[in-house]
Design a binder for this molecule. Structure first.
Ligand SMILES: C[S@@+](CC[C@H](N)C(=O)[O-])C[C@H]1O[C@@H](n2cnc3c(N)ncnc32)[C@H](O)[C@@H]1O
Length: 194
């Protein structure tokens, strides 16, 4: 049986509601860190005007590839093998999407993520990043503070990122923040454009 993340089932509808607007005229979306592929299948089915090109790091590709093979619509091709630290990513898109990845990566990998975005995002193009963030050094909820502790217990390199530091990396790649949506369960959907 294919692995299924409950969080994806809970957050896919509110995320889609934002993406319908943000990616209304987008032709190709590159997804980084596609995980189980639940998002890729759901977003590709519900955004039929675009191609949803998912990817993940080489060690995590197996289940993503299997889900897309079994459940993916025609506009969700087989996933690419992309580790954010290996540049160039070798793919250009006018949309880039990544969910729940920046707190899993080390800070160095987060920096590498934005370098890759800078190289792969076409102009004009939009970047959407979903996940928890801190603002002014504060968590947006007690549950996010607890989540940070559980991340640190799994690996000291992980952690909820500061919005201001992430936005600085985006700015250095010529991206401007155009929206910051508060999402269910104390997550954010950040949108930049170039
Ligand atoms: C918590 S999972 C999120 C998966 C999915 N996007 C979701 O929202 O359920 C984190 C994902 O980040 C990916 N990831 C971690 N480090 C990465 C790296 N260096 N390059 C690319 N992907 C990475 C993992 O393989 C995994 O798929």
């Amino acid at each position: 049986m294919l692995p299924c993340a409950e969080s994806c089932e809970r957050n896919k509808i509110p995320i889609l509601n934002v993406l319908k607007d943000v990616f209304a005229t987008t032709k190709i979306v590159l997804e980084i860190g596609g995980g189980t592929g639940q998002h890729a299948v759901y977003f590709a089915k519900n955004l039929p005007h675009l191609t949803w090109q998912s990817s993940d790091q080489p060690d995590s590709l197996k289940w993503l590839a299997l889900r897309l093979e079994k459940e993916g619509p025609d506009n969700a091709p087989a996933p690419l093998s992309i580790d954010v630290s290996d540049h160039p990513w070798g793919f250009q898109a006018d949309g880039i999407f990544s969910a729940n990845t920046l707190h899993i990566m080390s800070w160095h990998q987060v920096e590498q993520f934005f370098t890759g975005v800078g190289q792969s995002l076409l102009n004009p193009g939009k970047l959407c990043v979903y996940g928890p963030f801190r603002y002014d050094g504060r968590y947006t909820s007690q549950s996010n503070a607890q989540f940070e502790q559980s991340l640190k217990a799994q690996g000291q390199h992980m952690g909820i990122r500061d919005f201001e530091a992430v936005d600085k990396l985006a700015s250095e790649q010529g991206l401007s923040l155009i929206a910051d949506y508060s999402m269910p369960a104390n997550n954010q959907l950040l949108v930049w454009r170039r």
